[in-house]
Ligand binder design. Structure first.
Ligand code: G3P
Length: 223
């Protein structure tokens, strides 16, 4: 399973990339606004610079179009794709988005379809040529549904056909979501920084290491 970080914070990308396990980054307008909430983007190229810095660290960086019509999405997506070959154009799951997906596929521009909340949406995006689809699990949980059931349904459907579209589990809220996504065979999980920091931890690892180090001190040797 590929692990992506869901952030627009370059320091967070650098930290997780330094662990040697990071395969990509997903950004969205909300995450970008969080980084520049006081309008301090400074240069009109601030987003481009952040995306480029991330592209130096990982092979797959999703940058979301904000246009709502197909023509606008094409223009914005083509500009993003020119920035760096690691850029993946993120397109919302709308009918205009579907048209744009088809176009980007024909141009060899990689895409990630965002805001997927049903199996039917997943199928449409895959048929339109999306390279990645992003079902939002946490938001379904928040709405009182079982988000992971959607991943189960999509992976079951994917077994029947030959879609080359990767399933990226998004809107992850806690470490259990990551493990569940892996058990269902999802191709990618995009994980917030705070959840990433919890993944390496286990209390038995901490207590086990403490004991090893205490015992080593008793040996009285230094290597
Ligand atoms: O990449 C977008 C997705 O992960 C959003 O997550 O926490 O805003 O539901 P969240």
């Amino acid at each position: 399973m590929k692990l992506f970080i869901d952030t627009a914070n370059i320091d967070h990308v650098k930290e997780i990339a330094s662990w040697g396990i990071l395969d990509g980054v997903t950004t969205n307008p909300t995450l970008v606004a969080k980084e520049w909430k006081d309008g301090s983007a400074g240069s009109p190229h601030a987003f481009e610079h952040a995306v480029l810095a991330m592209c130096e660290l990982v092979p797959c960086v999703s940058a979301q179009v904000t246009a709502e019509d197909c023509a606008g999405m094409k223009k914005q997506g083509e500009e993003y794709a020119r920035w760096h070959k690691h850029v993946v154009v993120k397109v919302p799951m709308t009918t205009e988005g579907l048209k744009a997906l088809k176009y980007f596929r024909s141009k060899g521009i990689r895409t990630n379809t965002t805001l997927v909340f049903s199996l039917n949406q997943a199928i449409l995006a895959a048929k339109a040529g999306a390279n990645i689809i992003s079902p939002f699990i946490g938001r379904l949980d928040d709405a009182g549904e079982e988000g992971m059931d959607l991943i189960k349904d999509i992976m079951t459907a994917w077994e029947q056909y030959h879609f080359d579209t990767e399933v990226l589990v998004a809107s992850i809220r806690h470490p259990r979501h990551v493990a569940q996504a892996a058990m269902l065979g999802a191709h990618i999980c995009t994980i917030p920084y705070e959840v990433f920091l919890k993944l390496p931890n286990h209390p038995l690892t901490d207590s086990g290491l403490k004991k090893f180090l205490e015992d080593w001190k008793k040996v009285g040797k230094k290597l």
